[in-house]
Write a protein that binds this ligand. Structure first.
Ligand code: ATP
Length: 247
């Protein structure tokens, strides 16, 4: 397989903060429709990798190609427009708007030509809102104020707000932190569904959850890849047990 077949191809990526290499010559390849989980000890560089992909942090050297387009020189909004969505750990929903309104405001503007009939635009938006609400298990709560949702439902709503933009790559940082066991299972089902037509990268510490979702696991340590492969392979890797799983 050539590197151009991957949806995301990261090569020799390095970022140095005052001489400290948080990410060090990283190579990472993600397939279309793959759900990749990145694990590793605190400070391994996991969040920094997502920050680099979405343009929040600029690399010192190396390349990030998304559908063959170089991202390292693009601004954050251009990366979003290219089809990359990123969810941070703390939800950034509009608490005083309803679920419906939160999804509605996330519909990308400016895609259809100005002057297209208004009712058609709102029809498209409505159709998408219902579709996304169903995917994120909130279709019966569309009129509820977001502030009244449970912690887990707020996380799903934020995923939904990203799905409104139909990203081809979605990145989630610890999506099940603080969720109940039931919500974790529902989130696993939700992610298994949404990766059917997009690629997803998840950072996670909860290994039970990782087992339910990962197609492949990448273990980061000191800004480099320590191991990569199936969950079984990674869990049996002695280096991984020593620096991470054994603790
Ligand atoms: N903007 C920054 N300036 C200086 N150092 C930074 C910056 N961002 C991250 N670092 C450092 O880079 C290293 C990697 O941090 P990062 O947050 O990516 O780790 P992580 O694997 O996500 O850890 P955790 O599991 O704790 O979230 C840490 O030592 C962190 O202090």
């Amino acid at each position: 397989m050539s590197n151009t077949d991957f949806i995301l191809a990261i090569e020799d990526l390095t970022v140095s903060f005052d001489g400290f290499k948080a990410v060090d010559k990283l190579n990472l390849y993600v397939d279309k429709n793959e759900l990749r989980v990145v694990i590793g000890p605190n400070g391994a560089g996991k969040t920094t990798v997502l920050d680099l992909i979405c343009g929040k942090t600029k690399s010192t050297s190396g390349s990030i190609k998304f559908k063959n387009k170089e991202l390292t020189k693009l601004a954050e909004h251009e990366i979003v427009r290219a089809g990359v969505g990123r969810k941070f750990q703390t939800p950034s929903i509009y608490e005083n708007l309803t679920v419906y309104q939160n999804l509605e405001v996330s519909y990308p503007r400016g895609r259809s030509v100005w002057g297209s009939l208004l009712f058609k635009r709102s029809d498209d938006v409505m159709t998408r809102v219902y579709k996304v609400a169903e995917e994120i298990l909130l279709k019966d709560l569309l009129d509820m104020e977001a502030a009244l949702l449970s912690h887990g439902q707020k996380q799903w709503l934020e995923i939904g707000m990203l799905l409104m933009q139909e990203p081809e790559l979605l990145m989630l940082d610890e999506p099940v932190a603080g969720m109940s066991a039931k919500e974790r299972d529902q989130t696993a089902d939700l992610l298994n569904r949404i990766c059917q037509n997009r690629s997803v990268i998840v950072i996670e510490h909860d290994m039970e959850f990782v087992k339910k979702i990962a197609h492949k696991v990448t273990v980061l340590h000191q800004g480099k890849i320590l191991a990569e492969g199936s969950m079984d392979k990674v869990q049996a890797d002695e280096k991984v047990i020593e620096v991470y799983l054994g603790h």
